[in-house]
Design a protein around this ligand. Structure first.
Ligand code: ASC
Length: 148
């Protein structure tokens, strides 16, 4: 029993220690994962944009919730871009220019942190100020790394 527990524990530790890309059984799973994360991110980001641009009324609670979702989701897509997961709408440049891709990913995450702070501030001017730079951080990565 003790040996089994030790083995089971070793298996768990080995799983956790694997690089994120190796946690997907198939490349398609990684693609689905990153697309799903970016879809949830984009849905909430668009809601914030609609408020920032006056297309829907500003609602402080909804803005705060969406900004929290964006900040959390901004951390997730990158694990789905591991080696051997080319496909979807992603350009092969992601794997050829990894330093640039990682830099743009980090910038987007940093903007999402600022957007989250703006959501907590609870006023539309803070949201407007944070939204533009955050949108640019999405766009600059898409321009280089996403097929139309
Ligand atoms: C969105 C969304 C994106 C970004 C980008 C910003 O709402 O889904 O991908 O904003 O268009 O330029």
């Amino acid at each position: 029993m003790k040996a089994f527990t030790t083995l089971a524990l070793a298996a768990v530790v080995a799983t956790v220690a694997l690089p994120a890309s190796a946690q997907f059984a198939k490349p398609e799973d990684a693609i689905k994962y990153r697309q799903s994360a970016l879809s949830v991110l984009g849905t909430h980001f668009s809601r914030l944009g609609a408020m920032a641009n006056g297309k829907i009324p500003y609602d402080a609670k909804s803005a705060q919730e969406s900004a929290e979702v964006v900040a959390f989701m901004s951390k997730l897509p990158w694990a789905g871009f591991g080696a051997g997961t080319e496909g979807g709408k992603t350009k092969p440049e992601v794997w050829k220019e990894q330093a640039k891709f990682n830099d743009l990913a980090s910038k987007m995450e940093a903007e999402a942190v600022k957007l989250n702070a703006a959501g907590k501030a609870g006023n539309v001017d803070a949201l407007k100020a944070a939204f533009g730079p955050a949108a640019n951080s999405c766009k600059s990565c898409h321009d280089s790394f996403r097929n139309k």
